[in-house]
Design a protein around this ligand. Structure first.
Ligand code: KG4
Ligand code: ZN
Length: 343
């Protein structure tokens, strides 16, 4: 089965054509048009601007992806060999979501193929399962992105339950806001992790919110405030101080993520631990997870390739394929759902 996957939930227009057969998803072609240079001048994503950029980009990008593997995509030509379409329908920025959703609905109607409306966060869970077979279940997924921080318990690939989430800001947001206050460009996560390499993670005692609480929920608002107050207290921030601040702040986030995941794993005994989301690109988090679970008996740790950590279309196609009919919908009924929760 050949699947066209579309992702436009935030500021990346992402398209992939996947071959889904024999329990595996293979990427035949994939392209992402990033809007980072556009939003950088505003210090963050501007929804209206993002939607306009998606609208301008999406059809030319789909055309390019088809042509890159010798397929034709034209308004007058015959239907290309695509058997199904998967699109992100939420959560995300509603105006951005509608661009992908409308494009997918139109193509599904025109080609008469099945349509899947995929949850973006579930997509992040499946990002590490592109080009590999399903892992053993039950699995515990830690999903850390710009808008969400979630622990998801997966009975199998089609049945899951959110067991923890952030009560205020997401981890990615905490990275982005601290970077902005330090005068670093958007998106802040990669900038903080780059400066952190030269810093001392023990230099500044930032709080680890909710780290001792029994619940699997997170909170990063207090850390964000503490980061802002540290900046306000300094008369001048030298490059060394900035590196120490980035390393210490990053360590506080990583400590909380690892401690909650460890507590959930000790209580629930998963056979697999899956990492996903944009913050999964963070080397300190990847290393800490490997240290904690890499050689834990009876547990397989699955960390996505870096190219599948930030928003991409392959993960949306993989989620549609692996979850069977879970996200199956129709061009008549699919709508963008900006608050689409992992149930
Ligand atoms: O999953 P994603 O691409 O978009 C959302 O669904 O939100 O995640 C974007 C987030 C941003 O907050 C960005 O700063 C963060 O992922 N991020 C990182 C790194 N790379 C991206 N955070 C920490 N370290 C990184 N290396
Ligand atoms: Zn995302």
């Amino acid at each position: 089965m050949k699947l066209l996957a579309i992702e436009t939930s935030c500021d990346d227009t992402a398209i992939a054509i996947l071959d889904c057969s024999r329990g595996r998803v293979r990427v035949l072609a994939e392209m992402t048009a990033s809007q980072i240079p556009i939003h950088r001048r505003y210090g963050g994503v501007v929804p209206e601007v993002a939607a306009r950029a998606h609208a301008q980009t999406i059809v030319p990008l789909i055309t390019e992806v088809f042509e890159s593997i010798g397929l034709k995509f034209s308004s007058t030509g015959k239907k290309p060999p695509i058997d199904a379409i998967a699109v992100t329908c939420g959560p995300g920025l509603v105006t951005s979501l509608w661009v992908g959703v409308t494009t997918a609905k139109t193509l599904a109607w025109q080609w008469g193929v099945p349509l899947y409306g995929v949850n973006h966060m579930v997509g992040h869970i499946f990002s590490s399962l592109v080009e590999r077979s399903l892992p053993k279940f039950p699995a515990l997924a830690l999903i850390v992105s710009g808008g969400h921080t979630e622990l998801v318990w997966m009975k199998n690939e089609r049945s899951w339950k959110k067991i923890g989430s952030t009560r205020d800001d997401a981890a990615g947001e905490a990275f982005d806001k601290f970077a902005k206050l330090l005068g670093l460009p958007y998106p802040g996560g990669p900038e903080i992790s780059r400066f952190a390499l030269k810093g001392n993670a023990q230099a500044i005692e930032f709080p680890r919110p909710m780290i001792r609480e029994e619940s699997f929920d997170f909170s990063f608002a207090g850390l964000k405030t503490s980061g802002r107050m540290w900046i306000e207290r300094q008369q001048k921030i030298t490059p060394n101080m900035r590196a120490d601040a980035c390393a210490s702040y990053q360590q506080a986030i990583v400590d909380v993520l690892i401690s909650k995941t460890k507590r959930a794993a000790e209580k629930l005994h998963p056979k697999t631990i899956i990492l996903g989301g944009g913050v999964a690109a963070n080397d300190a988090l990847r290393d800490a997870l490997k240290k904690q679970f890499g050689s834990a008996p009876g547990i397989e740790l699955i960390i996505p390739e870096k190219r599948f950590t930030t928003d991409n279309a392959a993960m949306i196609g993989a989620a549609a394929f692996f979850t069977g009919t879970k996200f199956k919908t129709s061009w008549r009924s699919l709508v963008a759902n900006p608050a689409f929760e992992i149930q």
